[in-house]
Design a protein around this ligand. Structure first.
Ligand SMILES: [Zn+2]
Length: 328
């Protein structure tokens, strides 16, 4: 019997599939919603070098966790493909989008090395879960991460918090921070019961993973400092306890936007369009507009999780619209 590393990996994967049926439910749920399609042909950003900048005394990096397939019909359920295409074309973009980036921010602040979100790990979509690989390629040992601050607890932000075997913490020396309303929402058994099909498996998986890291997790509220120079900003809508993270050093500020923005054109030019993945659509729209107003008025740079790599840029008003200008 061949028991080489390849067999071991395959056997491990099989064992994980059997032991963690929620993954299968997630994929089935997402397939039913048209979310998981054509994943195999999608290129990943494995071993992508980090984006880096300074913000006062803070060192800010963006690492890729890979890419996700999110079909337009799910992302923007109310808008016809032709309407989306004409808006994208008018902004000089390809007329269709379905691939989403996953831009994870890392901040060196004081004695802390803080990750904002943990990526999705290996059990979500095969093109994602590249964060640790990309950290290690840049010489950053996951054991050196001191804090992981979650914007929210969807799979692509939380599930990377546990290791490949879904057992131990992926960042063994880190404490974890989540907003109290986000924790309460996902830990309530009614959340999975009431969730729409696409979210059901994710809700079960998320509750399991939160339980796994429960002894290392701190629950915080909007306005709280989560690390030196970092604070939680209420931005509920995408999920009930979604938080942006404000970075501040001297007179400089930068916003980590989480999932308030999901496309580099549409979230800015049409912030009032309903987003399929938002839990509360009206609140999601109100939050997006409020954050756009803040970013434009204060000329504050933004790092957004799902927009084109590395998701870093400025927001400006352009007539009656907002516009995102990437900076790299
Ligand atoms: Zn997300």
């Amino acid at each position: 019997m061949n028991s080489g590393p390849a067999d071991l990996r395959n056997n491990t994967k099989r064992a994980m599939r059997d032991r963690f049926p929620h993954r299968r439910r997630v994929l089935l749920g997402m397939a039913a919603a048209g979310i998981v399609t054509g994943m195999a042909s999608s290129p990943s950003l494995a071993a992508t070098a980090p984006f880096r900048r300074k913000l006062g005394a803070l060192e800010v990096f963006v690492f890729s966790d890979g890419t996700l397939m999110v079909p337009q019909s799910f992302a923007l359920p109310d808008n016809a493909a032709a309407e989306i295409a004409s808006l994208l074309k008018a902004h000089g973009q390809p007329e269709e989008f379905s691939q989403s980036q996953t831009n994870v921010t890392l901040i060196k602040t004081g004695n802390d090395l803080v990750l904002i979100d943990a990526g999705s790990g290996p059990n979500f979509q095969p093109t994602a879960g590249k964060l640790v690989e990309n950290l290690e390629a840049a010489g950053i040992d996951p054991a050196k991460i001191t804090k992981v601050v979650f914007t929210h607890a969807h799979a692509d932000h939380l599930w990377g918090a546990v290791d490949d075997f879904d057992e131990g913490a992926r960042f063994p020396n880190a404490s974890y921070i989540i907003s109290a309303p986000e924790w309460d929402f996902w830990m309530d058994p009614k959340t999975a019961e009431k969730a729409p099909d696409w979210l059901k498996g994710m809700a079960i998986g998320t509750a399991r993973i939160l339980k796994k890291i429960e002894n290392k997790i701190e629950r915080r509220k909007a306005g709280d400092a989560v690390a030196p120079g970092l604070s939680y900003i209420d931005s509920a809508g995408h999920t009930p306890g979604h938080m942006c993270v404000m970075l501040e050093s001297g007179k400089e500020r930068l916003l980590i936007g989480g999932d308030v923005f999901n496309n580099g054109v549409i979230s800015f030019a049409r912030p009032g369009w309903r987003v399929g993945a938002d839990f509360d659509h009206e609140k999601g729209i109100a939050t997006r507009k409020k954050m756009l107003g803040l970013l434009a008025a204060e000329r504050m740079p933004l790092i957004a999780f799902h927009i084109a790599w590395p998701g870093h840029g400025m927001v400006e008003t352009k007539g009656t619209e907002f516009r995102f200008t990437p900076l790299s």
